[in-house]
Design a protein around this ligand. Structure first.
Ligand code: P9H
Length: 238
């Protein structure tokens, strides 16, 4: 019997949070090894376990999977969360990749310059309500089913709930204009495995706070003068 999957990352959401969500929704228990310092990460790199000297990395089924999307796709396919055929899989990819465009804006927002933060949040909310949420609201309205694809739970549903909760952290009443998404959120949150993951004490990570940001800066050597460009906004500079 293979051991539990083991997740290698830092003690925060970042790129690994979607993996935690997907494993929890699949009912799969997992262990975590947190890099708490730059030295921890360097030691992990020296171990040769990281193909690109980067995390996230997940040890599962004798593999050391890196690249967040590759990790997620493997888990989705392995636990029957990736549709029943190629067309459903492609629909799920379309939904998940769209969600990820918005998700990455939120994921990097803690790294935004403090004076840019207001503009970043406004940009996130504008894209959430003007581009992304309308798509998923329409899908649920048009087919009248409980799930986004094939009337069964998939990776797309799990990622959408995670994303909805993250956007609500930016603006709590953001779903006011999206009644189907409100119903969807209530329904999916009540699924036993997800309900358990949403309870305090689970391996779900809270939003990044200042201490977490400082830790991430040190671990990943996010130094002054380095910045990420995403679309037309500078996301972070130190
Ligand atoms: N394509 C931390 C907090 C929030 C968001 C991202 C990073 C990329 C994938 C060390 N890993 C700041 O960028 C840290 C990747 C993986 C890959 C890393 C190095 C990141 C973060 C840590 N940086 O999708 O998995 O960028 O290992 O030397 O690159 S995560």
């Amino acid at each position: 019997m293979a051991g539990k999957p083991k997740l290698y990352y830092f003690n925060g959401r970042g790129r690994m949070e979607s993996v935690r969500w997907l494993l929890a929704a699949a009912g799969v228990e997992f262990e975590e090894e947190f890099s708490k310092t730059a030295e921890d990460l360097q030691n992990l790199i020296k171990s040769g376990k990281l193909m690109y000297q980067q995390v996230p990395m997940v040890e599962i089924d004798g593999m050391k999977i890196v690249q967040t999307r590759a990790i997620l796709r493997y888990i989705a396919a392995k636990y029957n969360l990736y549709g029943k055929d190629l067309k459903e899989q492609t629909l799920i990819d379309m939904y998940v990749e769209g969600m990820r465009d918005l998700y990455d804006l939120i994921m990097f927002s803690p790294l935004t310059l403090p004076e840019e933060r207001g503009k970043t949040i406004s940009f996130i909310l504008e894209k959430a309500t003007g581009r992304f949420f309308p798509v998923y609201e329409k899908v649920l309205k048009d087919h009248g089913k409980n799930y986004l694809v094939g009337n069964q739970l998939s990776w797309a549903d799990i990622h959408l709930l995670e994303l909805i909760l993250m956007v609500e952290e930016c603006k709590s009443d953001v779903l006011l204009a999206f009644p189907k998404l409100q119903e969807f959120k209530a329904r999916i949150s009540k699924l036993p495995r997800i309900q358990k993951f949403l309870q305090p004490g689970s391996q779900r990570q809270p939003p990044m706070d200042d201490a977490g940001l400082e830790a991430a800066k040190k671990i990943f050597k996010l130094e002054k003068g380095m910045f990420y460009k995403h679309g037309s906004i500078i996301l972070a500079e130190f």
